[in-house]
Design a binder for this molecule. Structure first.
Ligand SMILES: Nc1ncnc2c1ncn2[C@@H]1O[C@H](COP(=O)(O)OP(=O)(O)OP(=O)(O)O)[C@@H](O)[C@H]1O
Length: 643
């Protein structure tokens, strides 16, 4: 490691992600453990393939077994050809004698080629399906777990690693076919050699084991060295991206950071280059050792064969076939070693995916439960305490008891971090209370059918999602279970004031709302907010939760949104409103004031404002003072703090 890396990064630049824990797993695999894990790896691959497409799996398996058999038959036929050619007699007679076997050799070669093509077709069909099935498993499980699971560090790490499982599953098919292919070649060669002469089998082992061993060592050395080299290269890449990023551009110029970073870039590149040179030297040396080893084993094999043929213990034709069989059997060994290693590497990610599925099932939002009325009468919090998973200290909510009446606007007010957003997440059944109950018409969220609760809610969260889809989908995704209805879309956009935003887009409803893509468009914060509100309108649920719905809107639009919220409540919809703008609170029928996770006051805006020494009155006073109005100067209707 260079001094630059020590200075800039405090040590080697290693990833701290779930998947990086598998880095180097390959180096822990010895020759014996490789052989021992192979059946398990093949089983895993077969299971994945069977889930995706049994037909294609059968095709590949049959083609590979057939190809191995064709290879064995071909070798036996070669032996017959050699025996005929090396026998005594006229050349023409010997050739005639060899012809049928020659025909068998040709036919087996043709069959092997056809079967290879069939296997290529089968694996080509299988691989994308395996990836799709694994991806679907991943996505379906991940989207069904409790919100608490997403916040759990360990689960999140697993989620991070398991996302690579699908691509790994696809690659496992390819590596597995290569391994099986090489194995069958080896078995075919071993089978034929055993039939030809029992002494030939140890000769095959003599040739293959050292070459397998040396390939394993070479591959592992290369891999270790590559990992070191890649760290230096990564550090260099970090510097170059810092040097060219838009965010750093101004500071780099004014503070003249460029030469400083360049100096360290050069030093780090020198480390990377030195490592590559070392890698090349090592490669050359181990390559030479491996060749010497394999060469010696080969020489010993061929000398033994020669001696056996010379002394007449073995027929010349058998020795010739043995040479061919040994070459065939050991040819794909090198590839097989690295394929087994790759197979092992990939299997770790697939195992993570399997583990994720198990953990996700434990964390899954339960199916079914007590039914929740389509139009609930009231929602109550009964002495609710809640702490975020993995956090210690003060709970985010403690001992909160309140009622959210139906068909009214209830405002939640309080300073930052007082627990307003947490409260609505509990209301929506996204989290369950640690103690106490949140009840929808008397049904606690802990035993209610939570999918039904979700159905009853439309939510415009503070950080509502800006989907990188078209404007149409960005609104229609509010009700993903029903077909997109253009009339309903237009009405929702009109109600939320998003119609003018859509009209201004170059391709109207079909404009892609994402920067960095062709024809993609980026909206302003306020425009996005209108779309978010339109999405909630489109959902058309009995309970509407709006968290700071107007933070990015201009004054006119804000007024319109609040008037509309009022209209919705007058029409029977339940609205839960979180806002820091005290002026907006005058639209509410009931206000709950939270402070450090506790409910401190409840009442109508007028009641709370009249309460001397109350927190609401204090918060209101602070905002009113910014506009030069004392809190006593008038009613809520007249005052416009926050504007
Ligand atoms: N996902 C989370 N994990 C851990 N703690 C959290 C999480 N979300 C919020 N908190 C903590 O819970 C407390 C209440 O946060 P909450 O977001 O409910 O406050 P809020 O009243 O909505 O704040 P704001 O007005 O800033 O939106 C805070 O102390 C916050 O740090």
């Amino acid at each position: 490691m260079s001094a630059s890396e020590q200075l800039l990064f405090g040590g080697p630049l290693l990833y701290d992600t779930g998947w990086s824990s598998h880095d180097g797993a390959f180096t822990r695999l010895g020759l014996w453990s490789m052989v021992a894990t192979l059946p398990r790896l093949i089983r895993t691959t077969v299971r994945l393939a069977a889930e995706a497409d049994r037909g294609a799996l059968r095709l590949v398996a049959a083609a590979e077994i057939g190809r191995g058999a064709a290879q064995a038959v071909g070798l036996v036929a070669v032996n017959t050809v050699l025996a005929a050619l090396l026998a005594g007699g006229e050349p023409a007679d010997r050739l005639r004698e060899a012809l049928p076997a020659l025909a068998v050799v040709a036919v087996t070669a043709l069959v092997a080629a056809l079967l290879t093509a069939a296997s290529t077709y089968g694996s080509g069909r299988l691989e994308p399906k395996v990836e799709r099935v694994a991806t679907e498993r991943y996505l379906a499980r991940a989207s069904r777990v409790e919100l608490a699971a997403i916040e759990d560090d360990q689960f999140h790490r697993l989620l991070d690693t398991a996302q690579y499982g699908a691509a790994s599953a696809r690659r496992m098919i390819d590596y597995c076919i290569r391994v099986v292919n090489a194995l069958l070649s080896l078995i075919a060669a071993a089978g034929v050699l055993t039939v030809l002469h029992p002494v030939l089998l140890p000769l095959l082992a003599l040739m293959t084991v050292p070459s397998m061993w040396s390939t394993l060592i070479t591959t592992r050395r290369r891999y270790c060295s590559f990992r070191t080299w890649v760290q230096h290269a990564r550090a260099g890449r970090v510097l170059s991206s810092e040097l060219t990023a838009t965010e750093t551009a101004a500071e780099i110029r004014v503070h003249q950071v460029g030469p400083f970073l360049l100096k360290h870039f050069r030093a780090m590149s020198a480390s990377a280059e030195a490592e590559q040179t070392r890698l090349a030297r090592l490669d050359a040396r181990t390559g030479l050792w491996a060749s010497a080893w394999t060469g010696l084993a080969g020489a010993a094999t061929y000398l033994t064969l020669g001696a056996l043929a010379w002394t007449g213990v073995m027929a010349m034709s058998v020795a010739g076939t043995a040479v061919l069989a040994i070459r065939t059997g050991s040819a794909s060994l090198g590839g097989m070693v690295s394929s087994v290693n790759n197979l092992y590497d990939e299997s770790l990610f697939v195992a993570d995916l399997d583990q994720l599925c198990v953990r996700a099932a434990q964390w899954a939002i339960p199916e079914g439960g007590a039914p929740v009325p389509a139009r609930p009468g009231r929602i109550t919090f009964e002495d609710v305490t809640f702490r975020y998973p993995g956090t210690e200290g003060e709970p985010a909510l403690s001992g909160v008891s309140l009622t959210i009446p139906v068909g009214h606007v209830t405002a939640l007010v309080g300073e930052n971090g007082s627990g307003k957003s947490t409260l609505v997440k509990l209301l929506a059944g996204l989290y369950l209370p640690e103690s106490g109950r949140v009840c929808w018409d008397g049904v606690p969220t802990s035993c209610a059918d939570r999918r039904q609760i979700f159905d009853r809610i439309a939510m415009v969260a503070q950080d509502f999602n800006r989907w990188r889809f078209t404007a149409r989908v960005n609104i229609a995704i509010g009700a993903p279970g029903v077909p997109v209805d253009d009339e309903r879309l237009r009405a929702a956009a009109r109600d939320a004031g998003a119609d003018s935003v859509i009209e201004s887009l170059p391709r109207g409803w079909d404009t892609l709302l994402a920067r960095g893509y062709q024809n993609g468009c980026q909206l302003s914060g306020g425009q996005w907010q209108r779309l978010g509100i339109a999405r909630a309108h489109y959902r058309d649920a009995p309970v509407l939760i709006v968290d700071e719905p107007t933070a990015a809107l201009d004054a006119k639009e804000e007024q319109r949104v609040f008037d509309q919220i009022r209209d919705l409540a007058d029409a029977g919809q339940t609205v839960v409103l979180i806002t820091h703008r005290m002026a907006s609170v005058r639209h509410a029928d009931l206000v709950h004031v939270l402070h450090q996770g506790r409910l401190t006051e409840s009442g109508s805006p007028e009641e709370l404002l009249a309460r001397r020494g109350g927190r609401f009155r204090e918060l209101y006073g602070i905002q009113a003072a910014q506009f030069g109005r004392p809190v006593d100067s008038g009613h809520l209707d007249g005052a416009v703090p926050g504007r």
